[in-house]
Design a protein around this ligand. Structure first.
Ligand code: KIV
Ligand code: ZN
Length: 435
């Protein structure tokens, strides 16, 4: 019955629409331990958080939001443990979230004392709904909250040292008039006075996604084009996924000029989640852009993620789900088998195999177990492929055809998938009298 409000910027140039793809990976920031964790039915305990942190480091994240230490005892203790037990590698920056309120900011600085590299991420909500309904404050009053927070951060950072950087988020950015969001961000930057050697981050959250990706891209472009000190500021995106478009928001936001992405593994996070960094990174990988994140052992990542979070990864989750490279249908299997031969023979410049978006081997998956899967939908191509690649049996066309029909009939009758060893047994039984 109600239409959700969103805001197009006053001027749109849509330069992003002229670009084909991103030319380099953004700076990645994992918010798994904060936004992801706060949305779990049972948030992670201390040990799980430490193990998850190590997993993120192993994948290659250089910026990790570790929590909201002033808001929860576990998050405070977790951060102290990371620092005191020297678990943060020198090239990794920990990010801590705080509201723009004096006592919370001060407690956050206490929590993070002694860390080697820190981003203090301060936010306040700027949207029309939040201003009117939640805070009952004017635009000027909301702007003042941001400015006071920015001042305190600057003051405490000057006392704390060189290894601190700042981030500001106008929370609910996409529900905020773009001109006003720009005014608030610029006022914050006026306090911080960005320099090339210490660039602050302006983060533009899609706190709740309620418009199409091109609207967000236009908002991002408007901010990027009009932000003061732009060359000394890192523009970051933080898309949530309420309309299922978090990845599209991120890709188009990067085309629109952003430099950095905050997201999570498998898109964990509030409600429908934060943007899934795995999908984003591997989308880039499939276009030849090195993501600088290591997903070569995806099964191990999936296992650990499920163990720590208690979440289940969908079998259709891009690049990671159990079935995302599987081909049961005979015609798909035939095309894949032919594509693999083509690849071996011609060695083309691009990945050209039909029905496979990337080489499954690149994420640690294999052809026998994960790609060519045999059931009643399958045909001679798939069965032939398994017998050839796993058992070295290059069958003549007629035998392959017969094996295809036999396997299909057995699977149809038993209503079960046939595993490679079962196919080999079936082959032996079918042709036991043939010499
Ligand atoms: O989604 C959001 O707006 C947030 C902010 C705190 C950055 O998580
Ligand atoms: Zn968020």
């Amino acid at each position: 019955k109600y239409k959700r409000q969103y805001f197009m910027p006053p001027v749109t140039c849509m330069k992003w629409a002229e670009k084909e793809y991103v030319d380099k990976a953004p700076v990645w920031c994992s918010v798994d331990l904060r936004d992801g964790n706060q949305a779990l039915v049972i948030p992670m305990n201390l040990e799980q958080k430490v193990e998850f942190f190590k997993l993120l480091v192993d994948i290659g994240f250089k910026e990790i939001e570790v929590g909201f230490p002033a808001a929860s005892e576990t998050e405070y203790t977790f951060l102290r443990k990371l620092i005191e037990e020297d678990l943060i590698p020198d090239d990794v920056t920990v990010q801590v979230l705080t509201q723009a309120r004096e006592h919370i900011i001060k407690k956050t600085f206490d929590a993070v004392k002694g860390a080697k590299n820190v981003i203090v991420h301060v936010y306040n909500s700027t949207s029309v709904s939040q201003r009117e309904q939640v805070f009952k404050k004017s635009k000027e009053e909301i702007l003042q909250i941001a400015v006071e927070g920015a001042k305190l951060l600057k003051q405490l950072t000057e006392e704390a040292g060189e290894n601190y950087r700042f981030e500001y988020s106008p929370e609910s950015f996409t529900g905020t008039e773009p001109e006003y969001a720009l005014e608030v961000c610029n006022a914050v930057l006026d306090i911080w006075q960005p320099t090339a050697d210490r660039k602050p981050i302006i983060n533009l959250p899609v706190t709740v996604e309620h418009s199409m990706p091109h609207v967000y891209a236009s908002q991002v472009e408007y901010i990027c084009e009009n932000l003061k000190y732009r060359e000394n500021v890192i523009v970051s995106l933080h898309p949530h996924n309420d309309r299922g478009c978090g990845v599209a928001d991120s890709e188009m936001g990067l085309l629109a000029g952003a430099d950095r992405i905050e997201g999570t593994l498998f898109g964990n996070g509030e409600r429908t989640g934060n943007v899934d960094i795995i999908t984003l990174a591997l989308n880039m990988y499939s276009q030849g852009v090195e993501p600088n994140l290591d997903f070569t052992d995806m099964s191990a990542i999936c296992e650990k993620y499920e163990e720590f979070t208690g979440m289940k990864i969908s079998e259709r989750s891009p690049y990671c789900g159990a079935l995302v490279f599987a081909a049961f249908s005979g015609s798909h299997q035939d095309a894949i088998a032919k594509g693999m031969h083509w690849l071996d023979e011609k060695k083309p410049e691009h990945w050209t195999v039909p029905y496979l978006p990337i080489d499954p081997k690149d994420v640690g998956r294999n052809y026998d177990a994960d790609v060519i899967r045999i059931n009643s939908q399958s045909g001679k191509g798939g069965v032939g492929y398994i017998l050839e690649t796993k058992y070295g049996l290059n069958l003549p066309a007629k035998m392959r055809e017969a094996m295809g029909y036999t396997a299909k009939a057995v699977s149809d009758h038993t209503q079960k998938e046939l595993l490679p060893d079962q196919i080999f047994e079936l082959f032996k039984k079918t042709f036991e009298n043939v010499t």
